[in-house]
Ligand binder design. Structure first.
Ligand SMILES: [Ca+2]
Ligand SMILES: [Ca+2]
Length: 212
């Protein structure tokens, strides 16, 4: 009997030892789970913070590109006002962009969509098309401004990241009665360079106002 009871005790001890080992195991798993949870929360936080930064940087670039397009409109309007003031221009006839590849025509033959129509192209595609040889100057006439920098950086030099491009498009190129006294002004603003470039486009109808 005694022998049996001792054995039983030993068995109990073993059981309780196993129990405490299991508790330790559970504790460890809980700790690991908490750590994993904290780690995942940390990862989510880091991801959210980085994404947030990216989004705010994108919004900032969008604003800067839009500001650049607006600056392009202001500069082009001042230049055109000057051309009319000194009679260099009398109307918009022959001063709109037609090259390359009939960029002002929505269709190639009246029915087939022209893939080179400026509204079928992204801003970056238009900029590349206008300067295919990449020397920084437009390869075609009738571009009022091409990638024109206008903001000074910290050292007082023009910052190449912020530019505007402006040209005129015949607003009746797609049809309608030609009117040389009105035209569509297209302004493309850029912020950033290379693959980090953000662009913005403005299309504004302008007309000659006769002051009597
Ligand atoms: Ca060029
Ligand atoms: Ca017109």
């Amino acid at each position: 009997m005694e022998k049996y009871s001792v054995r039983k005790q030993i068995v109990r001890m073993q059981v309780s030892e196993e129990g405490s080992r299991r508790e330790k195991g559970v504790g460890l798993i809980v700790v690991i789970m908490i750590l994993a949870f904290m780690l995942s929360v940390g990862l989510v936080l880091i991801k959210t913070t980085t994404t947030g930064k990216k989004v705010s940087a994108n919004i900032r670039y969008q604003h800067q590109a839009f500001n650049a397009a607006e600056a392009g409109f202001d500069a082009a309007k001042i230049a055109i006002d000057g051309f009319f003031a000194d009679s260099t221009w009398v109307n918009f006839d022959g001063l709109t962009l037609t090259e390359p590849d009939n960029i002002d025509l929505p269709t190639t033959d009246g029915t087939t969509i022209n893939p080179n129509y400026f509204r079928c192209l992204t801003d970056i595609q238009i900029l590349h098309k206008l300067d295919a040889n990449g020397d920084g100057s437009p390869d075609y006439p009738n571009v009022l401004f091409f990638k024109w920098p206008y903001i000074l950086d910290e050292s007082g030099d023009l910052d190449p990241r912020f530019t505007y491009t402006a040209f005129l498009i015949d607003d009746e190129a797609s049809g309608g009665t030609p009117d040389a006294n009105d035209v569509l002004m297209v302004c493309i603003g850029t912020a950033g360079t290379g693959s980090n470039m953000t662009t913005s486009r403005l299309e504004i109808e302008i007309a000659i106002e006769t002051i009597i």
